[in-house]
Design a protein around this ligand. Structure first.
Ligand code: GDP
Ligand code: MG
Length: 686
């Protein structure tokens, strides 16, 4: 067995992950690239006599140093020197996709080009002369249909073949025209002479190209003054000739190279401009129908999450109820009553209370993955682009906001796709208003407790919409005040529609579900135990409990505990919102992780009552609060203080505690104000 490393590069949406999953199956490992929060996926594939370690590089259009993703991909290729780089090319969109290939050719890595999406290319009427194109690009080309696994064997053969080959310098390379080539060759001579170490690592021509492009990362690495001066002179000289920056001219040349290569080797069979993607788009992103269709789809997602999720949720609830009763019955009387309470009220109540919502989470993420894989999410961003433009951001900001429906942490990370600092800050500030998966658990507990079944879907939809509406209003306010500035125009991409594969949807669901389980087993478990302790101790003295019946004694117990006192202390503040102290303690706990709200209510209501498992938490909530209060809790939880992880991420990505605190307190103040208005108005009307 020979071990080799294979890196998968390619534009976003070219099918990299699909092919990666097909090649590696379940043997995957997800980590982070050192120092940056870009996900690194690795997997193993055994073929022939080779054990290949595959790395799914971040999707990029180019290899500049402008974005973290590009820098990560580039550094991996340059520093780890994978034995083979596979560039996954979307063959239906060939000219744009080959831009990355030109850069890989330039680095002179052992390269295999996978022409993925060849089914789509064929539908579009594209016919490739593979052999000729492969000669022009100096790399083997393998046509593939990634989501069907077609071309897998051919790809593996090409990888093995390339790995076996003695790697030589390519003969053909992109010609940048006389003027630039002249400067390049002068620089190459100088670099070879003065920077031996860098030359060995990166190759002199590539270094020269990057220096002329004024690439920050490479310019920093070059110590030699003579080279830097020569570069400066060359740039000035070229600017005077072209009246444009050298990197712009060079990019033009690369496109020219691609365009030339494609003209020679690709034919269109039919003028098929109006393919079916365009036909669907005529309706889906229609000026009038677009927004209603988006709203209806969102409604369907929540309807399904609730309707179908209700069954497995019921089973899980029954299971946990059975488990706590079984423990209660089997427990020997008079021995270690505290441990029994810890297990039943703390662990099963707290963690079980959160775990029952796993099916809802899985269903929500299945729906989101399907919308993403079909290409609909890009349309949603496109539709929102019109709205966003009016409020001073472009639709690209809506992509991180959509990710926020999953979790604010990756959503904030995803704002890196926004180049403009102010747009980015604005987007980060409002992301917590997108209801995340953790808040879904709160809604999933409260909505059925207070509203009739036919209102479950609509209610959920309504809450999510309030979040989006508030985000839009907050963006407008921020753009008019703290974060004023221009919006830069940007072309929104619309990838063609596709049928999602079962495998990719299943993988998305599984990754999400596993994250949720892990969170329940670690953070939520730890906090549940802490909260149980704080709800049970200190105990009041014996005399105090002497003349009380069991129910009253439990109540006194709870009120005497740390949680009870804390709750009492904040009660005056939250009373105008219709919340009692029990809700108050849950709100405090939930700043650690929003699911804790559910665990904490489960714990206080379990510790504070004597009836073991005879009434469910929902029944107790219904007996204690009105639907108006129920709604106010959800409204408050939607808006107030983001969880600790989000605060940390905001700090990291804005590089400032000020913005993190601002987000924390401004959102809490907003939550308070709105809930106050809704509760007081609601009470007045009722
Ligand atoms: P990545 O962003 O490059 O990782 O792209 P993904 O692997 O997530 O793929 C994007 C979408 O393209 C998914 O919905 C895939 O199912 C789909 N896809 C991948 N390969 C093909 C292909 O050869 N033909 C078609 N029609 N769809 C594909
Ligand atoms: Mg991917």
């Amino acid at each position: 067995m020979q071990k080799i490393t294979v890196a998968l590069a390619g534009n976003p949406n070219s099918g990299k992950t699909t092919i990666f999953n097909f090649l590696t199956g379940a043997r995957q490992h997800v980590g982070n690239y050192p120092g940056v929060t870009v996900e690194k996926k690795e997997g193993i594939c055994k073929y022939d006599d080779y054990e290949m370690t595959l790395v799914d590089l971040p999707g990029t259009y180019s290899l500049t140093a402008f974005s973290v993703e590009e820098l990560v991909a580039r550094n991996f290729i340059l520093q780890e020197r994978p034995d083979v780089v596979v560039d996954i090319v979307d063959a239906s969109n060939i000219e744009r996709n080959l831009y990355l290939a030109t850069q890989l050719i330039e680095i002179n890595v052992p390269l295999v080009l996978a022409f993925n999406m060849s089914d789509v290319a064929q539908q579009k009427g594209l016919v490739f002369n593979i052999e000729q194109l492969s000669q022009l690009l100096q790399a083997p080309i393998v046509p593939m249909i990634g989501n069907k696994g077609k071309g897998k064997k051919e790809l593996l053969d090409a990888i093995v073949h390339t790995a076996k080959q003695e790697h030589t310098l390519r003969i053909h390379r992109i010609n940048y025209g006389d003027e630039i080539e002249h400067e390049l060759s002068a620089l190459v001579t100088l670099i070879v002479d003065k920077e031996q170490e860098l030359t060995e690592q990166y190759g002199a021509r590539w270094l020269a190209v990057k220096l002329l492009e004024q690439d920050d990362d490479i310019t920093e690495k070059v110590r030699n003054r003579e080279i830097l001066d020569a570069v400066q002179n060359s740039i000035e000289h070229l600017k005077s000739i072209f009246a444009d920056e050298p990197d712009v001219v060079m990019a033009d040349r690369r496109y020219g190279f691609i365009s030339g290569a494609c003209q020679e080797t690709i034919k269109m069979t039919v003028e098929s401009r109006h393919n079916y993607s365009d036909m669907i788009d005529a309706i889906v992103i229609n000026r009038i129908l677009g927004l209603p269709i988006f709203l209806v789809l969102m409604y369907l997602v929540f309807f399904l999450t609730f309707k179908i999720g209700a069954y497995p949720m019921g089973w899980l609830e029954m299971f946990f109820e059975w488990a706590s009763q079984a423990i209660a019955h089997a427990w020997p009387a008079e021995s270690a009553a505290w441990l029994k309470s810890l297990l039943i009220d703390g662990v099963i109540g707290g963690v079980g209370g959160v775990l029952v919502f796993l099916p809802n989470i899985l269903l929500l993420f299945m729906a989101i993955a399907m919308l993403e894989d079909t290409g609909y999410m890009a349309r949603a961003a496109f539709i929102m682009d019109r709205v966003m433009h009016k409020i001073g951001l472009h639709g690209k900001s809506f992509i991180p906001m959509l990710i926020g429906f999953g979790c604010s942490v990756p959503a904030i990370m995803a704002t890196r796709i926004l180049e403009n600092k102010r747009s980015r800050l604005t987007t980060i500030m409002v992301i917590p208003l997108m209801s995340c998966g953790a808040r879904l658990t709160i809604y999933a507990l409260l909505i059925p407790a207070f509203f009739a079944p036919r209102w479950h879907g609509p209610m959920m939809w309504f809450i999510y919409l309030i979040g989006i509406a508030l985000a839009i209003i907050c963006i407008k306010i921020l753009r008019l005040t703290l974060l004023r500035g221009e919006t830069i125009p940007f072309v929104m991409e619309l990838p063609p529609y596709r049928i999602p594969t079962l495998k990719s949807v299943a993988i998305h669901m599984w990754q999400r579900g596993w994250m949720y389980l892990r969170k329940a087993g670690t953070i939520i478990l730890a906090i549940s135990i802490l909260l149980w302790l704080a709800s049970s101790y200190p105990k009041p003295s014996e005399e105090k409990l002497a003349n009380l019946d069991a129910e009253k004694a439990q109540q006194t117990n709870l009120e005497h505990s740390v949680i009870g006192r804390l709750g009492r202390a904040i009660e005056p503040v939250i009373k105008p919102l219709g919340f009692d102290w029990k809700i108050g303690t849950a709100l405090i706990g939930a700043t650690a992780a929003k699911e804790v709200f559910v665990s904490q209510l489960a714990i206080v209501y379990a510790v504070g009552s004597t009836d073991e498992g005879t009434t469910t938490l929902r029944q107790r909530l219904r007996a204690n609060y009105t639907p108006l209060t129920g709604f106010c809790i959800m409204l408050f939880c939607l808006i107030y203080a983001p969880c600790v992880a989000t605060v940390a991420m905001t700090k990291q990505e804005t590089n400032s505690w000020r913005w993190a605190f601002f987000q924390f307190f401004a959102l809490t103040a907003l939550a308070y104000l709105l809930t106050l208005i809704v509760f007081q108005l609601g009470k007045a009307i009722a």
